[in-house]
Design a protein around this ligand. Structure first.
Ligand SMILES: O=C(O)CCC(=O)C(=O)O
Length: 295
């Protein structure tokens, strides 16, 4: 769904969104194809802020539609290839602001609309908790002084909006949505930061090896900026002298798995301290194999 239209058409009574969109139709169709019944679909839509009567009506309609094999194919995606200055996905043009080949870093403009950014922040507000990192020895999640943001974790496809964004990330990166960990929404207040670190795991550390049992190694990261930070808060890559300023809707994508399977340590990166205002991002970590958490 384009949240632009959702935001504009919130009911006057404030009881929820009630506008159909291609993304919502796609989300419903794909879940109907996977065998979802009416109740969980309606519940998901209510949680995402849709109006109850509207949700029931569009779910009932989706359950009456022909299954996947009878539907026309969705519009093709033009992925981010060398020589292209933009990625096309469905009706969206995503300009490529810069591309670095080695290490692989791509800066994308308007990956998300303003309304989608605002909706992501709204989704996370009541579940923010102090961020943690994986303890290399035990694999447990620990809070450390080097990471002082708060965050909210989501399941893959937990909400229609998240599924739309996950499909867009997959189309742009060429890495299937099934390889993604759940989106993580992070908030940094003034002074908060995430000091230089790698996103990939070191299999020599038992705790990190444990993290690799499902989905294997992390191979790439997408950091999406959900607001524009007035000062500070860049994503810094100290080994290549690069700082990406947080601009609402833009996203930096970097791939650390090299063609020979080793990890590119030039992707060391940091969330630099916020100097004024705050910073909201959504981070997506992508694995080499489908990522499924038991239970
Ligand atoms: O805050 C940032 O800009 C970077 C976030 C980050 O490094 C991460 O989530 O792994």
């Amino acid at each position: 769904m384009t949240s632009d239209t959702r935001t504009d058409t919130r009911t006057a009574s404030g009881q929820g969104y009630h506008t159909p969109s291609p993304e919502l139709e796609h989300w419903l169709a794909s879940h109907v194809d996977q065998g979802f019944k009416a109740e969980p679909l309606v519940l998901s839509m209510l949680r995402a802020g849709y109006e109850a009567g509207f949700a029931r009506a569009v779910v009932a309609n989706a359950l009456r539609q022909p299954r996947a094999e009878a539907r026309p194919a969705p519009p093709a995606t033009v992925p981010a290839r060398p020589g292209r200055n933009a990625v096309r996905h469905q009706d969206r043009e995503i300009p490529i602001l810069f591309r670095l080949d080695s290490p692989r870093v791509l800066l994308l403009q308007n990956l998300l609309s303003d309304a989608e950014c605002d909706a992501m922040v709204a989704l996370s507000r009541d579940r923010m908790q102090r961020s943690s990192v994986v303890n290399p020895a035990t694999g447990e999640e620990n809070q450390i002084d080097a990471r002082t943001s708060t965050g909210a974790m989501f399941q893959v496809g937990e909400q229609p909006l998240l599924e739309t964004i996950e499909a867009r990330i997959a189309a742009v990166t060429g890495i299937p949505a099934t390889h993604g960990e759940g989106l993580q929404i992070l908030n940094y207040k003034p002074g908060a930061e995430y000091q230089p670190h790698f996103d990939y795991f070191n299999p020599k550390n038992p705790g990190e090896a444990r993290q690799m049992q499902v989905g294997g190694q992390r191979v790439a990261t997408m950091v999406i900026y959900l607001n524009s930070t007035p000062a500070g808060g860049a994503t810094g890559f100290p080994r290549i002298g690069l700082e990406v300023a947080p601009v609402k809707g833009n996203a930096v994508f970097f791939r650390y798995q090299l063609p020979d399977g080793t990890m590119d340590d030039r992707t060391l990166h940091a969330g630099m301290p916020v100097e004024a205002g705050e910073k909201w991002i959504a981070t997506k970590w992508l694995r080499e194999r489908p990522y499924r958490v038991e239970g």
